[in-house]
Design a binder for this molecule. Structure first.
Ligand SMILES: NC(=O)C1=CN([C@@H]2O[C@H](COP(=O)(O)OP(=O)(O)OC[C@H]3O[C@@H](n4cnc5c(N)ncnc54)[C@H](O)[C@@H]3O)[C@@H](O)[C@H]2O)C=CC1
Length: 484
């Protein structure tokens, strides 16, 4: 298995490298083998990326929105045409099964490019009449150079969800993928260039936190958009604050799914399976605290356990596989440790719980029952295939317990009682709520967190607010009066 990108970085319309940068390996999680070695961006690389973004932004913002949109929509078409190639690279980089990447990852990136490409020509200001025939108009202007920083779980999706609205609004972007998954952001850069984006409009530089830090503290940068954990979010937000930079923070979660007695059992079970085991549990909005009402409790656990027997764990390149490895040995060990803590603290291990021997970073999908609110596995984000089921009796109790967390990314409710569904959705302290389904993120709908889970929204028209700013122009139509 190998996949070698042409070079580590993509700057000013071309692949570039600087071998003075410290080398780092790209590891295929199925086998643990090194598939490529790239270099961390040096100061010269970061400088070149920011300079080229600054120059390209001027050229790009001079185009009409329709012209910018055409480039983004062309990029969406190229991405769809290259879906299999991109999906295979994504699978090699992340270990996610091809059965997922073929339908979810580049496809969701292409949706973002298409959607924001369509919106680009519609971005306008307002005309506001005021007293005496004077009027005000507003101009919706880009922010300038945006920095995007990605997590490792959805590399091409995260890069596209940030690039598409940023570019639609007339900004340029320098994107730093996670050092765990550096490959497909380079492909996005290549595709945007092929689609006609000016050289330098979307650059990719590699590295870990220190490269991220040098980007977000650079005076050429106007906006920072991070997808990552809450601790990283705190650091990035603080660093951006020093320069009063705009931010979008898409951070972690510990989201609840509340299943009432009157729920459609198989739908709730399927949603809990998707919301805990898809992408081997490495999804920020996963519903990792599943609250089930008394009368349905044991039945629910039995059905989840039975359906877990149908999981096909193994080679992610085999299109029948439904559970791949964890992204890294480190992440596998973090999750294994949480499973041990869950057992030590008295949760009932119903299924799974073990590492799978071999060179790949595999772990069994794991189901815990009788989890209580104070247990570590009910409080901390695990970011792995571990479902915790908790028992509850009444609605208000479920709402209070669901909200008793610093996070607020997503929440779900399953019930056949229409008014209760909306009442509970309104009471959830979470940015993205679901009724009788879970974890769907169409580009048309805003996505993002409340509380410690984030600031701002991605996708939908709401994202435009986070990649543009309004300028007010007051037009005087009368003589100017002064007191003397
Ligand atoms: N809300 C959302 O949309 C999503 C959130 N996530 C969250 O991401 C986390 C998992 O991803 P990880 O890559 O482990 O997150 P992480 O927080 O370790 O790293 C995220 C990115 O930030 C960079 N970074 C780290 N320290 C930095 C610093 N001081 N300055 C600038 N950049 C820095 C990393 O190199 C990486 O590119 C989970 O908490 C998950 O919930 C993941 C996907 C979606």
């Amino acid at each position: 298995m190998s996949y070698r990108p042409q070079a580590s970085h993509f700057i000013n319309g071309q692949y570039v490298d600087d071998t003075d940068g410290e080398p780092f390996d790209v590891i295929y999680p199925h086998t643990g083998e090194v598939i490529a070695t790239l270099h961390i961006a040096t100061a010269a690389i970061v400088d070149a990326a920011l300079d080229s973004a600054k120059a390209a932004q001027k050229e790009w913002t001079a185009l009409s929105g329709t012209e910018r949109g055409r480039v983004l929509r062309r990029a969406a078409d190229i991405m769809r045409a290259r879906n299999r190639e991109l999906s295979e690279i994504e699978t090699k980089d992340t270990g996610k099964p091809l059965s997922e990447t073929l339908i979810a990852d580049p496809a969701s990136g292409a949706d973002a490019l298409e959607y924001f490409g369509g919106l680009a020509g519609t971005l306008t200001g307002e005309h506001i009449p005021v007293a005496g025939g004077d009027f005000v108009y507003t101009r919706r202007e880009p922010l300038g150079v945006c920095v995007g920083i990605g997590a490792w779980n959805y590399p091409i999706q995260i890069a596209s969800w940030k690039a598409a609205p940023a570019l639609a609004c007339g900004n340029a972007m320098v994107f730093k993928p996670s050092e765990m998954t550096p490959l497909t952001a380079l492909k996005l850069a290549e595709i945007l260039h092929e689609a006609g984006a000016p050289a330098g409009l979307f650059n990719v530089v590699q590295g870990a936190g220190s490269v991220g830090h040098s980007l977000i503290t650079d005076p050429r940068v106007d906006k920072v958009s991070l997808t990552g954990s809450v601790p990283t979010g705190r650091k990035v937000y603080a660093a951006a604050a020093d320069g009063i930079r705009h931010v979008t923070m898409e951070l972690g979660g510990k989201s609840p799914i509340v299943v009432f007695d009157d729920a459609h059992l198989e739908n709730a079970v399927a949603a809990a399976i998707n919301g805990n085991f898809y992408s081997t549990g490495q999804i920020c909005s996963n519903g990792t605290r599943v609250f089930v009402q008394d009368a349905l409790y044991e039945k629910f656990i039995a059905r989840v356990a039975a359906r877990m027997d149908n999981a096909i764990i193994g080679d992610p390149m085999d299109e029948t596989t439904t559970i791949g490895p964890m992204v890294s040995a480190r992440q596998r060990d973090i999750v294994t440790n949480y499973i041990r803590i869950g057992q030590d603290e008295g949760a009932r291990l119903v299924k799974g719980g073990k590492m799978i021997d071999g060179d790949g970073f595999y772990i069994e999908p794991t189901l815990f029952a009788d989890v209580t609110d104070e247990m570590t596995i009910a409080r901390e984000e695990i970011f792995g295939p571990v479902m915790s089921v908790l028992r509850f009796s009444d609605e208000q109790e479920a709402i209070n317990r669901a909200n008793a967390t610093e996070f607020g990314l997503a929440a779900g409710v399953f019930t056949s009682d229409l008014t209760r569904a909306h009442r509970v959705a309104a009471a959830f302290e979470a940015g993205t709520c679901y009724i009788n389904t879970y974890n769907l993120t169409p580009v048309e709908a805003p996505f993002g967190g409340m509380k410690a889970s984030g600031v701002g929204r991605e996708n939908s028209k709401a994202a435009i607010e986070h990649y543009s700013q309004l300028k007010t122009v007051y037009v005087g139509m009368n003589d100017v009066e002064a007191p003397f």
